[in-house]
Write a protein that binds this ligand. Structure first.
Ligand code: AR6
Length: 169
């Protein structure tokens, strides 16, 4: 079942929270910065190990680490596309983020997962289009996969919250 909340993703007690990371996996601003600050150095250590093994994370792909000091058990790091006008595959790449995160969750026995509004901050993806892609992709995935119990969309800003509220009503 899909749930909508407004607030800070790092506070959620779910199996996994999803991080809007970058290809380096070494942290940054926005929700990425908040996750590493609240979760402590264990998360970055694991990200460095993944980097050493596979050289970071491609746009649209996802990797998983433990969650350090966070109340969640895991962090799934996915890399959203930078918005560059919309004709560079941005919509498909954003859908891949949600799909690949959910796939990784299922593979790891995760049943509750929380997403931020990937790419809609520093990466400037238009919020209405991003909300439509996020919701449609998650709905399609859970229609074919019954192991996920709760999927949270965690909106931080009022604009995203209003968009999701309208679209999920
Ligand atoms: N909880 C939930 N959502 C949040 C939080 C929070 N604590 N903080 C911000 N948001 P952004 P992006 C929302 O910029 O656009 C980083 O530097 C925010 O309102 O975090 O995918 C990475 O390292 C926005 O709606 O991610 C990358 O370099 C949403 O999270 C780059 O930013 C996503 O905004 C990724 O940019």
């Amino acid at each position: 079942m899909i749930r909508l909340i407004q607030g800070d993703l790092t506070r959620l007690e779910v199996d996994a929270i999803v991080n809007a990371a970058n290809t380096s996996l070494l942290g940054g601003g926005g929700v990425d910065g908040a996750i590493h600050r609240a979760g402590g150095p264990a998360i970055l250590e694991e990200c460095r190990a993944i980097r050493a093994k596979q050289g970071g994370c491609e746009v649209g792909e996802a990797v998983i680490t433990t969650a350090g000091k966070l109340p969640a058990k895991y962090v799934i790091h996915t890399v959203g596309p930078v918005w560059n006008g919309g004709h560079n595959g941005e919509p498909d790449l954003l859908a891949n983020c949600y799909r690949n995160s959910l796939r990784l969750a299922v593979e790891n026995g995760i049943t509750t997962i929380a997403f931020p509004n990937i790419s809609t901050g520093i990466y400037r993806f238009p919020k209405p289009e991003a909300a439509a892609i996020a919701i449609t992709t998650v709905q399609q995935f859970i229609a074919n996969n019954k192991s996920l119990k709760e999927i949270f969309f965690v909106c931080f800003d009022d604009e995203n919250y209003a968009l999701y509220k309208e679209r999920l009503a």
